[in-house]
Design a protein. Structure first.
Length: 285
């Protein structure tokens, strides 16, 4: 550093000292990972451009493959278990706002945003068709983005993203009993918004589930909320046990969630500015 005189040099040194001292007091906030996982150790797969608007994600344990779809296309995509390259794609319906997919005994079920569930059937000749099973008989304007299978209840569970009857004070869960009564108009449980807010490590917008599924080892409900960048862990009856921040750099738009039977977690991100991704996080007992 060159100075014209001692006074100016001393002043510059003093300012530099303040800047260094100020920088040394800056603390970087560390995002806490959920139990048994480490968000700093991640395996990333970039997806085919066809899946830029990937929405739901499911793992078929019997056939060892991933099943997914994109938001506005009535197509299912089957992905290689290692490379995540598209192995096959099947059209099951016309264009629509499809939000999630669940697999029961290798049969896919697709959720539309208005709550309509479609079962995707494939015959021996390989022909694919969609069978509409109905939607919840609840009043008002309702928006759904997440659906998962609960083997204990023998039902598909839909979580409200925005349901009029919740009045923004909670997130209700509705059951579709596949082999018996169909939809129950009464929620099987409701997650109070206040409980999520209380457990959250940072201030965030309201919980709006974008994906959910049951952890195969822990038997806990894992819920993604893309809008608020949160991962909520709850009991199977919706009691909040933990809330974790999803950093926007790693999770720009988390829309899909699934697990392998060993507990490895897979989260899909829609391609907001580039290609969509699937992230793998290894389960540590």
């Amino acid at each position: 550093m060159h100075c014209l005189n001692f006074r100016s040099c001393g002043l510059l040194s003093l300012v530099a000292g303040w800047l260094i001292a100020g920088c040394s007091n800056v603390k970087l906030r560390k995002i806490q990972s959920p139990p048994h996982y480490n968000f700093s150790v991640v395996y990333t797969h970039k997806l085919d451009p066809k899946l830029r608007e990937i929405s739901g994600l499911a793992w078929d344990n019997k056939r060892d493959e991933f099943i997914t779809h994109q938001d506005e296309s009535g197509k299912l995509f089957y992905l290689d278990k290692e490379t995540k390259i598209i192995k096959a794609e099947y059209k099951f319906a016309g264009k629509g706002d499809y939000e999630d997919v669940a697999v029961i005994n290798s049969v896919p079920y697709v959720l539309r945003s208005d709550g309509l569930i479609t079962r995707v059937l494939r015959d021996s000749a390989g022909n694919v068709s969609g069978e509409e099973l109905g939607k919840p008989g609840i009043a008002g304007n309702n928006d759904f983005e997440s659906m998962y299978y609960d083997p204990g209840r023998k039902a598909l569970i839909l979580l409200c993203k925005n349901c009029e009857t919740d009045q923004k004070t909670g997130v209700s869960a509705f059951a579709f009993y596949i082999d018996s009564t169909g939809f129950d108009a009464n929620p099987v449980f409701t997650i109070p918004t206040a409980d999520v807010k209380k457990a959250s490590p940072v201030a965030a917008s309201r919980l709006e589930p974008s994906a959910a599924t049951i952890h195969p080892v822990l038997q806990k409900l894992f819920i993604l909320s893309s809008a608020s960048h949160q991962l909520v862990i709850a009991s199977l009856d919706g009691k909040v046990e933990g809330v974790y921040e999803l950093g926007k750099k790693l999770f720009p738009q988390p829309e899909g969630l699934t697990f392998k039977s060993n507990g490895d977690m897979y989260i899909s991100n829609e391609g907001k500015t580039g290609r969509a991704t699937i992230l793998r996080f290894t389960y540590k007992p």
